[in-house]
Write a new protein. Structure first.
Length: 435
């Protein structure tokens, strides 16, 4: 048995004395918080980690403690300065003292914190997100959308119980111009680790009925500035940058823009300012329309005066124009009369010539027809002479008459009838004695 052997407690006590003697001062430490827990007594227990620069593998880890008397001052100071909650996942620069306890082992006790380091890291992360969006070509897409002139149908993403939402609606309802707006709430959680997921879900619901809305307003009021880290994520920024409707943000962050503010169409400070922006935009449209109406009225009045003057000049010229027109008509009619006369004269000459030709043709035709008809009459005359009773009588025929009518049928005679028989030369009378 080795008489020089140490107990565990003695060894740990030796380590403690060695550390206290070798590292009596405080040191500024850069690390990432992987765990942050506070208990009922107000103490905060941490876990510091360091990862590989080009990977996610841990290369160092240590426990840390912030005693309640320091924690109740340090936490609000850090969150006020950075706008970032003191939670796991952020990088910090803290002033620590190295402690070693015989029972609990090695730990780091936090004495102070430098918010500017975390701010720098947050700014770096924002720059990285914005650079990625720019490289993807979507960074300014939402800014390039045109806000409708009559932006009255407003889809609002906010917490239903948020005072900022009530202020926004009240401001729209009681605007001094009496403009009518139609806001509708799409609820989301506006602080904590559920911001990104619920806001994206609300955007998806709005996009499903995007034809019903003119613009989207994302507002948040009454929360701590430390709850704004949920608006500095890539997924939320990418969704907003590529959203098809203009997005107006008023999430109460006055000092620095979040990534969401940087990609939104318009960024204002508060929900009330978002309402004022919409009211002023609608009022600008109304004033523009009034200017247009005034310009139109002025242009119409000027045109009416111009046309009135032109009409008066035309009325003055009517007698002269009428006289000139009548004179022109007189000359035109005279030309027409002359043309008619020339035309009639020419027509008369043509008709006279035609009549002469017709007359000549008729003379020739009549002469030919007359010769033909004379010859035909001569033939008829000869035929008539050949068939006349005188010619028949001369050829030895006779005609028997009774009461001056020719007898052609002997059966028609009766005894006692007196007949006259004519010959070429002379006639005789006879009485029928027997049939």
């Amino acid at each position: 048995m080795n008489e020089n052997a140490l107990s565990l407690y003695e060894l740990n006590a030796l380590v403690k004395r060695s550390i206290n003697s070798c590292m009596p001062d405080t040191y500024w430490l850069q690390a990432e918080l992987s765990d942050v827990r506070s208990n009922y007594s107000g103490h905060c227990y941490l876990e510091f980690v360091q990862k590989e620069p080009r990977g996610n593998n841990l290369i160092a880890k240590a426990r840390g403690t912030i005693w309640s008397n320091v924690y109740r001052l340090l936490k609000p100071y850090f969150e006020e300065e950075t706008g970032q909650a003191f939670v796991a996942g952020i990088k910090v620069m803290v002033q620590v003292s190295v402690e070693f306890h015989e029972l609990y082992g090695y730990s780091l006790t936090v004495q102070d914190i430098d918010p500017t380091y975390t701010l720098g890291d947050m700014a770096r992360r924002r720059r990285e997100i914005l650079k990625q969006l720019e490289e993807e070509g979507v960074l300014t897409l939402n800014k390039e959308l045109e806000l409708p002139l009559l932006a009255q149908r407003i889809a609002v993403i906010s917490s239903a119980t948020a005072a900022g939402y009530g202020d926004f609606c009240n401001q729209l309802l009681h605007n001094p111009y009496g403009y009518v707006f139609y806001p509708r709430l799409f609820p989301a959680i506006m602080q904590g680790d559920r911001v990104e997921r619920t806001v994206i879900a609300a955007l998806d619901a709005i996009n499903a009925q995007r034809d019903n809305w003119d613009a989207v307003v994302i507002i948040r009021g009454g929360g701590a500035t430390s709850d704004l880290s949920g608006f500095d994520t890539y997924d939320l920024a990418a969704n907003c940058a590529q959203f098809p409707l203009p997005i107006i943000t008023g999430i109460g962050h006055e000092r620095d823009d979040t990534v969401l503010d940087s990609v939104a169409h318009t960024r204002v400070k508060t929900p009330t300012a978002a309402a004022e922006f919409l009211i002023n935009h609608l009022n600008d449209t109304a004033e523009t329309l009034e200017d247009y109406a005034s310009s139109i009225l002025h242009a119409v009045s000027a045109r009416m005066e111009k046309e009135k003057t032109r009409l008066a000049r035309m009325i003055e010229r009517i007698p002269m124009q009428t006289k000139m027109r009548l004179k022109e008509e007189h000359y035109r009619q005279e030309r027409l009369v002359r043309q008619l006369e020339v035309g009639l004269q020419s027509r008369l000459v043509r008709e006279k010539h035609r009549l002469l030709m017709v007359e000549k043709q008729l003379g020739i035709s009549s002469q030919t027809r007359l010769v033909k008809e004379t010859h035909r009459l001569q033939l008829v005359e000869q035929q008539l002479k050949s068939a006349s009773p005188e010619q028949l009588l001369k050829r030895g025929y006779s005609i028997t008459l009774r009461n001056g009518k020719a007898v052609t049928d002997a059966s028609a005679l009766k005894a006692g009838d007196e007949l006259t028989t004519r010959f070429a030369k002379g006639e005789i009378k006879s009485i029928v004695t027997q049939k």
